[in-house]
Design a protein around this ligand. Structure first.
Ligand code: NAD
Length: 461
């Protein structure tokens, strides 16, 4: 694989940009009034995006260790999805959503948040493209936030989120991002041990998420009688790069994120490969294999392989190699137990094996317990910058694969290619940002042919 070095100038620019953003945020944070600690009173919550994860996150919220949360409002663009979520949540203690507080449509998020008071919590679990729109309003309303990953899909939305986050910090808002690996107790201890030097300096990392075809979100053509084209694309958001960043961002982000966390750094560049082999009638924009080589400022490599092919070997784990040893981080899955450190490559000399108490084994519950504890204690808590950078690392690898070209983090962060422009003004009748051709096929990446963006604007014949 290519081993060329990044131009120092672009790395310096990128580091300068992120350092300035961090410093500005820290300054704002230090002068912020302590305004929104919820103390021991009841905290109300609203759910925006009532699908699978939204329902799960709301259940985690109602189940937090500190308790005292109630769900008072729900918003979605599909009534059917909202009703499904009501079915999953309504029997839980703390569910307190009267029918008048069910809101449907592109402005439903505002109506749901309008029912909250500063210091309450809004749960943002729509497809990622809407994240900055909803975060903007949450900050305006002085709300604490739990938002799911990914949080951005391109350079412009990443820059916007980082800017927005300065306002959240100035208002002392607590913001959790659903990168639950960072709340998995075994990975937290592994990260500390690795940072303390137990396996020496990390020089290489490896991550894999290789599974069946469904992971590429293969989708059939829009069928007659389905909702508007825009709503159809939203309901299949993993298939469309504008909505989600595709299967790369949505599925690979956990392993990419926690590997970068082990290194305490983000990569400065990437080159990648990928291909579409098995498509048949499926019309989504994803590739079905990805192989990415990320490079960090000190030359460390992170290799990530993603594959979505039925019948091929399923591998789903993460690993780090240091100058004195190595680590199995996620033994299976996004952040599966156990994590282990070794001083020998054949794993015959263990250094440490994770042990996690039963009541802390669910990272989805841990992340909610941690967020609510920070709100109750009014402790600084904001995961947006790392959430944006994890999303950016996915944007970087995905764009490198889709264009067949090496990209720097800096170039992707500064790119003006926005996948869903004007999304904050959409209505039910808005046209979708990508259109299909006469055969119902959407534009797909053409590595080496279309290199300044991920796909040609016009659908291919
Ligand atoms: N952390 C994790 O392990 C994990 C797991 C699953 C999903 N997720 C993330 O959660 C998010 C949602 O994923 P999901 O699997 O729940 O998808 P989903 O399709 O089940 O749910 C998304 C919901 O949002 C609604 N929605 C779409 N646009 C909306 C808008 N503008 N306003 C209001 N509602 C809108 C949809 O109708 C749907 O009900 C994604 O970002 C996904 O990556 C994270």
């Amino acid at each position: 694989m290519n081993d060329s070095t990044t131009k120092d100038t672009s790395r310096r620019d990128f580091l300068a940009t992120t350092t300035t953003l961090t410093a500005a945020a820290a300054t704002l944070s230090s002068i912020a009034p302590v305004a929104h600690a919820a103390g021991s009173g009841t905290i109300s919550a609203a759910l925006v995006g009532c699908g699978g994860r939204g329902t799960g996150a709301a259940a985690n919220a109602l189940n937090t260790k500190d308790g005292g949360l109630k769900l008072v409002a729900m918003a979605d663009v599909f009534d059917g999805r909202l009703q499904g979520s009501v079915g999953g949540l309504s029997k839980r203690p703390g569910y307190d959503v009267v029918k008048d507080n069910h809101f449907i449509g592109f402005d439903a998020y505002k109506k749901a948040m309008d029912l909250l008071k500063p210091g309450d919590i809004v749960i943002l679990t729509t497809p990622p493209a809407f994240r900055w729109v909803h975060y903007t309003y949450a900050i305006e309303k002085g709300l604490n936030v739990f938002m799911e990953k990914p949080v951005t899909t391109d350079g412009p939305s990443s820059r916007r989120m980082l800017e927005l986050n300065k306002k959240a910090q100035a208002k002392n808002l607590k913001v959790g991002v659903g990168l639950m690996s960072r709340h998995q107790r075994a990975l937290q201890e592994a990260q500390k041990r690795i940072t303390d030097g137990e396996i020496g300096d990390i020089v290489t990392m490896r991550g894999y998420r290789m599974a069946g075809g469904d992971l590429a979100s293969f989708r059939s053509k829009k069928w007659p009688g389905s909702p508007s084209e825009l709503l159809w694309q939203i309901s299949r958001f993993h298939s469309f790069l504008w909505a989600s960043g595709g299967c790369f961002n949505d599925y690979y982000i956990h392993i990419v994120d926690h590997l970068c966390w082990m290194k305490n750094a983000w990569p400065v560049k990437a080159q990648a490969t990928g291909g579409r082999h098995y498509r048949g009638d499926w019309v989504d924009q994803n590739l079905d294999s990805y192989g990415v080589e990320y490079t960090f400022a000190d030359g460390t490599k992170l290799f990530f392989d993603g594959r979505c092919m039925d019948g091929a070997e399923g591998i789903y784990s993460s690993h780090a190699h240091g100058t004195k040893g190595n680590a199995i981080l996620s033994a299976g899955g996004d952040c599966g137990l156990p994590s282990r450190l070794f001083s020998s490559l054949d794993h015959s000399k263990p250094i440490w094996d994770s042990k996690v108490p039963n009541d802390q084994r669910d990272p989805y519950q841990n992340e909610w317990n941690d967020l609510v504890a920070a709100i109750r204690a009014d402790k600084p808590y904001n995961e947006v910058e790392s959430g944006v950078m994890a999303s950016m690392t996915c944007n970087l690898g995905r764009i490198a694969a889709h264009t067949g070209k090496e990209w720097t983090m800096d170039a992707v962060l500064k790119s003006e290619v926005e996948l869903a422009p004007g999304i904050d003004k959409w209505t039910m009748d808005s046209p979708p940002p990508v259109k299909s051709n006469a055969e119902g096929r959407y534009p797909v990446p053409e590595p080496g042919k279309v290199i300044d963006r991920e796909y040609a604007q016009q659908a291919q014949a």
